[in-house]
Design a binder for this molecule. Structure first.
Ligand SMILES: [Zn+2]
Length: 406
């Protein structure tokens, strides 16, 4: 089954017919359907399917198994590729699945061409990469790499109040077994993730990542007092919406001052009635920038502005960090080797977080980007032309072939 056929099979899964956006949250029915698709693709190719302890899946091509002469040197660690199947709310079709569909297609190409890898090649589907359900991005790879405390992960809750532990248990996994997996990491030599480019920076069909800029998520709680919208005099109100609104504007100003980006894209208003003053507002701030200090300064300024805006309204403000990832510079030797295997592709940084960034703390990792003509991502207009996707498959095959040779 070629790239385009696989792509078409996944397209309707979790797609909102009205907006064209995808809703594939970890372990919800559409994402489980994507996982079943992944297992089918592995089975069809005779790849060994591994479910790790942290909800991630890997399809292994071990050419020594039933394909003529044993070739894999057991001492050689595997080359891992792949991406994620989950989406942000209303996300695009390409963010995540492109890397996985391309990985299966690249393995097919290598087999058709009679490639003789000396290392196993694994195709990974990492769990909850977007953090759209439990709030922490790259949760599956963070657990694998030991980048999050398993006890904290178990207690994360989704929008319905279900804990990560409950959801794992429901999916047949043991919540007490999650956490760093040295045995699995020890079998992997490097990880190369192909991903759709999420900005407008790439002018050629395929590029190579240099770095991921520092990025994080913060939660701001504004606690006021719920009351009647008609009978409560302005002077008597403790309305948390007002400092919240000030904070949103302050985030934009702070980003401009510090040369960063800051976004408030999610807010929860309690109780959320038209004729009621809110009792509390929870807002999430996403901030990223070229350097750690610039991002830290942005968040500190937003926090200060929120407290200042809250004081006259007698609203309490709390600012909590949900996750933070320092700058990731991808392994230089691997990056050069990947770019070399592609005959010198453009090298560019990205403002988007990825499993490859998390895993780079434990393994040499690299990323390939496929051009996105709209420059839009995390929204339905996210796009890659089929010809560019096929160029991505060729590029990934060339990289895997090179890395798995020696
Ligand atoms: Zn992604």
């Amino acid at each position: 089954m070629g790239f385009e056929e696989m792509w078409r099979a996944l397209l309707p899964v979790g797609r909102d017919a009205d907006t064209g956006g995808y809703h594939r949250f970890a372990w919800t029915p559409p994402e489980l359907e994507c996982r079943a698709w992944f297992a089918d693709e592995a089975r069809r190719r005779g790849l060994a399917l591994e479910h790790d302890r942290n909800g991630n899946m890997i399809a292994w091509w071990r050419p020594e198994e039933g394909e003529g002469e044993p070739r894999v040197d057991r001492g050689h660690r595997a080359v891992l590729t792949g991406s994620h199947l989950d989406s942000v709310p209303g996300g695009g079709a390409f963010d995540g699945p492109l890397g996985i569909v391309s990985a299966f297609a690249a393995v097919d190409l290598l087999r058709e061409r009679g490639a003789t890898p000396r290392r196993p090649i694994g195709i990974a589907a990492f769990a909850e990469e977007e953090g759209a359900r439990f709030g922490v991005a790259c949760l599956g790879s963070r657990l694998l790499a030991g980048a999050i405390d398993p006890a904290r992960a178990r207690g994360l809750t989704d929008g319905d109040g279900r804990t990560f532990a409950e959801v794992l248990h429901g999916a047949g996994l043991d919540p007490d077994a999650i956490g760093p997996d040295e045995e699995l990491l020890g079998r992997v030599g490097c990880y190369v993730e192909l991903h759709v480019e999420q900005g407008r920076a790439l002018r050629e069909p395929v590029g190579v990542a240099s770095s991921i800029v520092p990025h994080g998520r913060w939660r701001l709680e504004f606690a006021g007092e719920g009351n009647h919208a008609g009978t409560t005099a302005l002077a008597d109100r403790r309305d948390p919406m007002i400092p919240f609104a000030g904070m949103v504007l302050a985030a934009r100003d702070a980003a401009e001052r510090n040369g960063t980006v800051a976004t408030v894209g999610k807010v929860r208003v309690v109780p959320g009635g038209v004729n009621a003053i809110a009792s509390s507002v929870t807002a999430w701030l996403d901030a990223r920038g070229p350097a750690d200090d610039a991002v830290r300064r942005t968040v500190a300024e937003v926090g200060a502005a929120a407290r200042e805006a809250a004081r006259p309204h007698r609203v309490a403000v709390e600012l909590a960090e949900e996750s933070y990832t320092e700058i990731v510079d991808f392994n230089l030797a691997l990056r050069d080797r990947v770019a070399g295997a592609l005959g010198g592709a453009p090298v560019l940084p990205t403002g988007a977080g990825h499993d490859a960034g998390v895993l780079s703390a434990r393994l040499p990792t690299a990323m390939l980007f496929v051009r996105n003509p709209t420059g839009v991502s995390h929204a339905p207009a996210e796009h890659a032309e089929t010809a560019d996707c096929l160029a991505g498959v060729e590029a990934l095959a060339a990289v895997l072939d090179d890395l798995a040779r020696g």
